[in-house]
Design a protein around this ligand. Structure first.
Ligand code: HAM
Length: 423
């Protein structure tokens, strides 16, 4: 049997890649508008970074990491997310010595050994941002409004923006205790995963999709019931600012994120139309993470969005731009002499940045014209023996069907003019 790609991965072929490029370009434009700079970190890191950063009790660290020993007997892991890596880079490169806050964005592949299904992959791509060194509510609002702004620019509708505050370690300890007390009498009714979560991370039980667990947790104390004054004032201010930025959101006191590092603001964006894996973006504040991985106490906040899911949403909502013709002109050279002349012309046109191509299989005029049409070329540049004898080039407009002859020496100049005029 021929070799196939690994389960949960995709080949992105021409035709699809253009959609990715469109999304990536839009993202870069929005990031520039908000003053974010790009960071690129390694695809693999020391396993300990994610164990300490993402948290030992999370599904990611417990079940989903691609971990291997390298030839030097060091445990390495393909990055399952980038927040921990960005914090490591912040500490390692002493970015805390730069003017604060440091505002970074990234795009690239992440790896999680999950059960693949529609919208859930083992290699997927995230766009994310991280702001390090600022704890003001206005930063939280800026981060969420960037997500909102991007989705507006892309034309997405039906968005559900859920916002919550999970509090600081002090309010969380209180909440944890209250929640365990509430759940103790009905602990046996919980699903296996949640029974395990009861000791380790009871907050996650609030997030379980199992209907029985959802019924058991109805009326359970939420993070809001235990927020301290500081966390509560912070959250109220974030909500006011979100309103001012025009973000349409819903406060969801049951929103608990699946990673351990969150403090205060947490949020998620959903689009129901794309199916069960409807979360297209998730993020929040993580004021203890930089310190956790060995840096100075530094507040942080960010998010990441799954690009496969954003593209799926754009697809179902018919918001992807029409594919543009890829070729401006196709050169059709008949015979070796014409091929020599044509090849030189092609190089000159490409040097000017004009997308032109030529037949590489020595086919007939008719077949080449068909190929030019199929590739969406606007013009065919025909160079046969007759044209060559008279030092001419025949330019045929493939849409209108008419044609003109121009002196070969003027070809680059004339074609460039047409290209610049867009005709
Ligand atoms: P996360 O919620 O694990 O957060 O992932 C963020 C987004 O990545 C999800 O909302 C989803 O769109 C996408 N995603 C996650 N797993 C998969 C998968 N297996 N297949 C396809 N898409 C997926 C984080 O990763 C945090 N680092 C976000 C963050 C940044 N928090 C603060 N800063």
């Amino acid at each position: 049997m021929s070799i196939q790609r690994p389960k949960g991965t995709q080949d992105l072929l021409p035709g699809t890649v253009e959609q990715w490029q469109y999304l990536e370009e839009t993202i870069r434009t929005v990031c520039r508008a908000y003053g974010y700079e790009e960071i690129r970190t390694p695809i693999f890191e020391a396993t300990e970074l994610f164990q300490r950063g993402v948290g030992q009790t999370t599904d990611i660290v417990k079940k989903e990491m691609y971990t291997f020993m390298d030839k030097g007997d060091r445990s390495m892991t393909l990055r399952p997310e980038l927040t921990a890596s960005v914090c490591r880079a912040y500490v390692e490169n002493k970015l805390y010595g730069h003017p604060q806050p440091v505002k970074l964005y990234y795009m690239g592949p992440m790896f999680r050994y999950e059960r693949p299904q529609s919208g859930r992959f083992r290699q997927f791509h995230q766009f994310g941002i991280e702001v390090l060194g600022a704890d003001q509510p206005v930063v939280d609002a800026e981060v969420i409004s960037l997500v909102w702004n991007l989705y507006q620019r892309l034309g997405l509708t039906g968005l559900e923006v859920h916002v919550n505050s999970v509090g600081c370690p002090t309010c969380r300890a209180k909440h944890r205790k209250q929640l365990q007390e509430f759940l103790t009498p009905r602990q046996n009714e919980l699903c296996n995963d949640c029974r395990e979560r009861f000791e380790r991370n009871p907050l996650r039980i609030l997030d379980c999709k199992n209907p029985t667990c959802q019924a058991v947790t109805t009326g359970a104390p939420t993070t809001h019931d235990t927020l301290c004054m500081d966390c509560s004032t912070h959250f109220e201010r974030v909500l006011v600012l979100l309103g001012l930025a025009g973000v349409v959101y819903r406060v969801n006191p049951r929103l608990v994120r699946g990673l351990d590092y969150y403090t205060k603001t947490a949020f998620e964006v959903m689009v129901e139309e794309i199916g069960a894996q409807s979360a297209i973006c998730g993020g929040g504040r993580y004021d203890g993470l930089v310190e956790e991985i060995g840096g100075p106490p530094t507040p942080g906040i960010g998010f990441a969005m799954g690009l496969e899911r954003v593209l799926a949403a754009l697809q179902v909502q018919h918001k992807l731009p029409e594919e543009k013709p890829r070729l401006f002109a196709m050169l059709i050279a008949l015979g070796e002499k014409a091929e020599n002349e044509g090849f030189a012309l092609l190089s000159a046109l490409r040097y000017q940045g004009i997308p032109v191509s030529m037949d590489l299989l020595g086919r007939s005029l008719k077949t080449q014209l068909k190929a030019a049409n199929r590739l969406g070329a606007q013009y065919a540049l025909i160079l046969g023996e007759t044209e060559l004898e008279q030092n001419l080039l025949l330019i045929r407009d493939l849409r209108l069907g008419d044609q003109i002859e121009i002196p070969l020496v003027k070809a680059v100049e004339e074609i460039k003019k047409k290209f610049q005029r867009g005709v």
